[in-house]
Design a protein around this ligand. Sequence first.
Ligand code: FAD
Ligand code: DLZ
Ligand code: SF4
Length: 517
Amino acid sequence: MRFILGDQLSRDLSSLSDAVPGRDVIFIAEVMGEATSVRHHKKKIAFLFSAMRHFANDLRADGFDIDYLALDDAGNPGTFGAALADAVRRNDAHRVVMTEPSEFRVLNDAQTWREELSVDLEIRTDTRFLASHEDFVSWAVNDKGQQPKTLRMEYFYREMRRRTGYLMVDGGPEGGQWNFDSDNRKALPDKIRIPVRPGFEPDGTTRAVMDLVARRFASHFGDLEPFDHPVTRADALAYLEWFIAEALPGFGDWQDAMKQSEPLLFHSHLSAMINCGLLGPRECCDRAVAAWREGQAPLNAVEGFVRQIIGWREFIRGVYWLKMPDYADANALDATRQLPGFFWTGDTEMNCLRQAVTETKANAYAHHIQRLMVLGNFCLLAGIDPKQVQEWFLIVYWDAYEWVEMPNVVGMALYADGGFLASKPYAASGAYINRMSDYCAGCRFDVKQKAGEKACPFNYLYWNFLSANEGTLRQNHRMGLIMGSLGKMAPERLEEIKADSSRFLEGPEMRTGWTHV
Ligand code: FAD
Ligand code: DLZ
Ligand code: SF4
């Protein structure tokens, strides 16, 4: 029997490599334990269950014997372990083969299934990633087995470029540079044409799943409808082709830009499809590099896209497995404040945050700069408890699995690992958001004002954060200049910043709770 998890929907999965139609049973299970391990966004559950059911149908069409346990099936025991034990009995299986789970929690559980099952359980490496655990460890850890104090994605990325050969010529990078990020920070011109996305009409399978989600997960965060996402391998491939032709050419230039009511801009919107297995990271990079070779997309766009996938995505996974389980509890800045209720409702006067939360609620998606420089930046400056921030990010995004969510939140957004992953905190005042978006024009706060009732809260919270964490941040040489400015600040100005920050942080905007339920 082959046991396939919800984020393993790939035909080139290691556990399927030697599966034989007619001999092997493929077991896939919808279980309440997973669907409520956190209170996932409704759209995320619908997307994944529909993709799982379609994947099973495709395998069935290829002659495989499928044992598919649906959430509503009578006797569904609700956990992976119990469902697997039932399936082994039901199918009289002699051996179970699976690919390693992507999350620490589930891998730990799988070790216990090994003991509980009456048959052998073989757990295979997940070969869909370009760097294995061993590859990452041998890059990150020295000969004596010691981990370094910090790791930098850029050096890992260069290694991955060399290994994969992507965008390499004569042993060096195409275009003479490894990284074109400095070209990729343009603000969006007013009159730019933003490509219109293709939608995919829900079929009967998806409609049945939507009905299930509406019934069983009504109190979960987020809008279920409209739902027009690719849920099959064929539709995911069509979406990838659309991205390569229409959005990739602008991906680099506008990668950091944000625009009111434009959630996607030139982003690929592929993360959920890659993370659940409908698309492979290699094929996404292959298509992008081919587009560059054919003159259909510029180098800064293609290099940027390839870097996100073979660089950031693989690096983040490496850090997760290197640092777990302690990473989950990291809180280097001792942040303890509760997550405000507007993270669930969008009910805030700060327009940038209102936009990001409202779009997240509607789409189970926000792009990287919204996640990092609006939502993450706010949580960093306001000192929100990293555990609560982790849970929020894991719940709300359709691409969120712990292995990728956690290092992005703990290491990148919150600096909660003390700088293991990021060389300095991604902290910014309102000026950054104003430069990269049109949000401030529609805000009741004034981004130019530094103090008082009308001032943009990011402006005083920024200095308040630096001051509150002065002891830690002074040790970071990349913060030298800004900490120098803090040191030279007049005491009365610092008092004003602290007073504004206290008024805001203790005020009505920061009410807490799951107010949407
Ligand atoms: P694009 O901008 O089009 O990028 C292309 C691809 O690169 C993505 O599809 C993704 O596969 C990969 N990628 C880019 N950046 C990263 C990154 N930092 N880490 C891993 N892969 C990356 N990504 C997730 O897949 N799941 C998460 O749960 C998640 N949580 C995040 C939380 C925070 C606080 C931050 C700052 C980032 C998080 N990211 C997460 C990374 C990134 O924001 C998303 O991958 C991206 O926004 C997905 O949209 P896209 O497919 O349009 O990406
Ligand atoms: C995210 C998720 C959800 C909501 N439900 C299921 C499920 O019912 N069955 C399943 O196999 N996978 C689900 N997943 C994805 C899993 O959480 C993910 O595959 C594991 O956590 C990986 O370790
Ligand atoms: Fe956000 Fe400040 Fe701009 Fe308002 S003024 S949108 S709070 S950055």
